[in-house]
Ligand binder design. Structure first.
Ligand code: PXG
Length: 296
């Protein structure tokens, strides 16, 4: 055991990061058969923990994976993991896979799900992107349609997002935007997308195949509270290029402006006033203990 290593929860036990392992027969590894959540803690409070747990259990239900722990036990295990690692600001990765089975697809061969809780320090990306806005491209990788591997379910199938991310890397931009099969804007690789057009805050409906983002919901709530009209409606690539403002939302990304898409300047190429208001309010809200679960 390495003294200063972070501890990882694996099936009820804690292991130093370098010793936290699962079986190579785990169907999460062999087939991407599992679900996950990315959660954040701010200043001793886990932001929207109950919402993340509810989504995890819904994702599991969607793939008929029975999590062998109650939601309260899961919350308890997350808090305990954070406490053991003395983390008050953290990124939490919760993974539940079908568990070890044999070399066939049949999930009935997997007797027990694997439950993993990783809590780590957050690596904040370079502040200038957030201040000045990200660059993005619209990817050739179409979002998986709303069938088995839809991103409406937060499953371990992320190759779709990863291929889009590779394309963004190769194009030397920060992010990729995925269209759905019909050609409407869906979301980023791990973020929901919003456009501001004539003062209206617009985001694609989840029927495009986008995840029901928890940050997306929070931002919709904030926008309404600030008096903005909010619409969930389809956005075309042309709408995107002509929008006054564009921003992404996500647990890891938070609220982040987009200044350029496919080398086209969005608005005046600077974070717009509505984006800035929403960012400010979001940062206030994540620090509000009433919005989270205390690490005690
Ligand atoms: N869409 C997809 C496809 C996602 O995976 C979001 C939107 C934003 O959802 P939330 O609920 O976080 O507002 C996600 C977020 C990461 C990371 O570490 C985040 C996600 C997935 C993988 C990695 O940045 N999910």
């Amino acid at each position: 055991m390495k003294g200063n290593e972070l501890l990882v929860y694996v099936n009820g036990k804690y292991y130093p990061k370098s010793e936290a392992k699962i079986s190579v027969y785990d169907h999460g590894f062999l087939y991407g058969d599992g679900v996950f959540e990315g959660i954040r803690a701010y200043n001793g409070s886990v932001f929207k923990l109950k919402e993340h747990i509810n989504r995890l259990y819904k994702s599991a239900k969607a793939i008929m994976l029975n999590i062998s722990m109650t939601k309260d036990e899961m919350i308890g295990a997350i808090i305990e993991t954070l406490k053991k690692n003395r983390l008050r600001d953290a990124y939490i990765r919760l993974v539940v896979s079908r568990g070890p089975g044999d070399l066939g697809l049949d999930p009935r061969k997997c007797s027990k799900p694997t439950i993993i809780i990783i809590t780590d320090r957050i690596k904040l990306h370079d502040g200038s992107a957030k201040k000045e806005g990200l660059t993005a491209i619209i990817s050739w990788v179409k979002r998986d349609p709303v069938d088995a591997t839809t991103h409406e379910v937060k499953s371990l199938n992320y190759l779709n997002s990863i291929l889009a991310k590779i394309e963004a890397n190769n194009a030397d931009v920060d992010e990729a935007i995925c269209l759905n099969k019909e050609g409407f804007i869906c979301e980023g690789v791990a973020e929901n997308l919003f456009a501001v057009v004539d003062g209206v805050v617009i985001t694609p409906p989840t029927s495009t195949g986008a995840l029901r983002g928890i940050t997306r919901n929070v931002v919709i709530r904030i926008a309404k509270k600030l008096g903005f009209e909010v619409a969930k409606k389809e956005i075309t690539p042309a709408d995107l290029f002509l929008a006054d403002e564009i921003f992404f939302t996500g647990t890891a990304a938070e609220v982040v402006p987009v200044k350029e898409i496919n080398k086209r300047e969005i608005g005046d190429g600077r974070p717009g006033p509505i984006t800035l208001k929403l960012m400010k309010e979001y940062h206030r809200l994540v620090l509000d203990p009433k919005e989270g679960t205390p690490i005690t």
